[in-house]
Design a protein around this ligand. Sequence first.
Ligand SMILES: [Zn+2]
Length: 69
Amino acid sequence: MTANEDLITWNIRWRLAGGIVSCKTCHSQQPETQRGKVFEHLPGCGYAGQHCTPWDDLDVICQSFKHDK
Ligand SMILES: [Zn+2]
């Protein structure tokens, strides 16, 4: 996938506002200060139990944008 497609996919799953990432499915939140921890979804979320690190994922996407240029 291209960096742009990766970013679109990220935006489908996550919402970023005010330094806080939230899951669009369960609305659980993780501030950037806790970015080193695994994102904890609420029970019943389709992503619960998955190893999610949205901040790291976003970093990787941003890095590939720089790489494209
Ligand atoms: Zn969730």
